[in-house]
Write a protein that binds this ligand. Sequence first.
Ligand code: 4AD
Ligand code: MG
Length: 478
Amino acid sequence: MPQHIRIREVLLMEPPKPSLTIKGWVRSFRNDQFIAVNDGSCHENLQVVIDPQQYDPALLKRITTGAAIAAQGELVASIGRGQKLELKAQHIDILGDCPAETYPLQPKKHSLEFLREHAHLRMRTQTFGAVFRIRHSLAYAIHHFFHQKGFIYLHTPILTANDAEGAGELFQVTTLDLKQLPRTENGEIDYSQDFFGRKANLTVSGQLEGELGAMALGLIYTFGPTFRAENSNTTRHLAEFWMIEPEMAFYDLHDNMNLAEEFIKYIIQYVLDHHPTDLEWLANRLQEEESKKPQTERSGMNLLEKLHFVIAHPFERITYTEAFEILKNSPYNKKKKFQFPVERWGMDFQSEHERYLVEKHFQKPVIITDYPKEIKAFYMRQNDDGKTVRAMDILFPGIGEIVGGSQREERYDRLLHRMQELHISPNELYWYLDSRKFGGCPHSGFGLGFERMVQFVTGMTNIRDVIPFPRTPKNISF
Ligand code: 4AD
Ligand code: MG
């Protein structure tokens, strides 16, 4: 065990404590006397107090913002404002210098844009510290939720040969020499010579393999990275994002929705219970950001109120057709305020429509079910009307779609037929079809976009600010 104590533990101690050592990074150094030290274990800094007379001036000069130090001394009650405790240091060691002339982070507020360009350093700021501590806790709470319900965490592959969603947004993976591609007789690329002997890609979803797990283990979930080469430069899309995909044997669409709602509320409550200081910081940050917006665009609730509100109220549940009617007859649509007018049943909703439903019309999370089959994936259970499928999307304020899920088509003939209609090869997916041939049963599942969830809980408006190193079009620097 290291000989030092982390600040989150120090803050729980009763002073005085004769001698302890902390290690961390200097946030600020005032009057040659007060060093604010943060070690990442919590939002709070520890105030380290020194008597400048006792130190070599050359050492004092090295106590700069960002420098790594160790401080050893007595923990006492602080008489100063702003903190209960402070460390009266008898000894300071500089573990790593941080020259102020070249260090990009100054002891002042930086814009999120600036910090995105310095993503290798931004985790050292208070905002990003809070975001990544909360991101961790959300991941922890997710595992806890499923574990206590008896779900098995299933590791589905990252390298695959399938396009689960059928949207063609694949990152291809190859070891072929791109300058000298092997060709077949008719001039096509000869993938039999590629690493896997066929075309391969990064996964867009672990669902298809997850379903196979559910057909044996009953209740499973995946939690892993997924990759989509969609060229959308928005505040809600990443090329590499993390997704949680539970899959449940013998669940119908209602069981699926109930589980998703309980799950989301549980993980939000977990963060509320464990991160009061980080949330307070982020709530203030958001309030400041919102105060710069025009009055009409501001959200009526602060971050904490929003989180409590979502937990306290049941999500609204409506069908696509009902949502379509609401949108079509809305004053917004009539006054032509939507960029994409709502006219034709069957259209896919744009984020402006989703946000209208959630933020203006219902003013709470909404679950939309029974979408037109043309705008949903091949594996969703077909309704008797011949037009819609047992899909469910959960829409959140400020975010839009946060969950996509469905009851699955468990009837072999129906599934095969739909695959043929969409030109999805039954030969390549024979293993998926087998799950319908051998003891297939009604089952359901959904996918929660992890970063969108972190966005909602932290109030960060841009998805690039809730993943340590975002991958977006033309951006893979760090
Ligand atoms: O709606 P999607 O595409 O659903 C699936 O992938 C299903 N296989 C899930 C399932 O039923 N097991 O994606 C699920 C969620 C979306 O609702 C969204 O929150 C998130 O994943 N998502 C993205 N998040 C960030 N960047 C992107 N490019 C995303 N695409 C989807
Ligand atoms: Mg979706």
